[in-house]
Write a protein that binds this ligand. Structure first.
Ligand code: DQA
Length: 143
């Protein structure tokens, strides 16, 4: 049984409510139930969300040296495009991090085309709606 942590960054607590045309109608709580049921025999799924950059960094430090943790799925929200500090935290830890986005950031405004964290992540998944998280799980299970 593998262990996976999903970390969501700013504004992702509003999934299901926030810009449904881009991010869909489903809340993270509801989607997590679906994922936990689907992967019940394969992995445990922990979840952390914060709107604060430092809290995300603290969480990465806290879990990132745990040999029992197989991978982190990180949707850093808008910090993706701005945060050298989160990139440095990912570089510092041992647990592999998969960068995930619900929307196809490359099909959106120019400011979303650049990610500060892609280069230090194990891989990147974007544009599959909430399924992006599921594909992140598949990626970690296949590492
Ligand atoms: C996002 C894309 C980011 O550009 C945006 O700031 C988000 C969500 C996504 O999941 O598509 O908050 O990471």
């Amino acid at each position: 049984m593998k262990r996976i942590l999903i970390i969501n960054g700013p504004n992702l607590n509003l999934l299901g409510v926030r810009e449904p045309g881009i991010y869909g109608n489903e809340s993270m709580t509801s989607y997590l139930d679906t994922l936990r049921e689907k992967y019940i025999n394969y992995c445990t799924l922990d979840y952390f969300q914060s709107n604060h950059e430092g809290d995300i960094i603290d969480k990465l430090h806290q879990v990132g040296f745990d040999p029992q943790l197989d991978g982190i799925i990180l949707n850093a929200g808008a910090y993706t495009h701005t945060s050298l500090a989160i990139a440095d935290a990912i570089s510092a830890i041992n647990v592999p991090v998969i960068e995930v986005h619900i929307s196809n950031v490359h099909a959106r405004e120019d400011v979303r085309h650049h990610s500060m964290i892609s280069g230090v992540c194990h891989g990147v998944i974007a544009g599959f709606g909430m399924n992006s998280y599921r594909l992140g799980i598949e990626a970690i299970l296949s590492l």
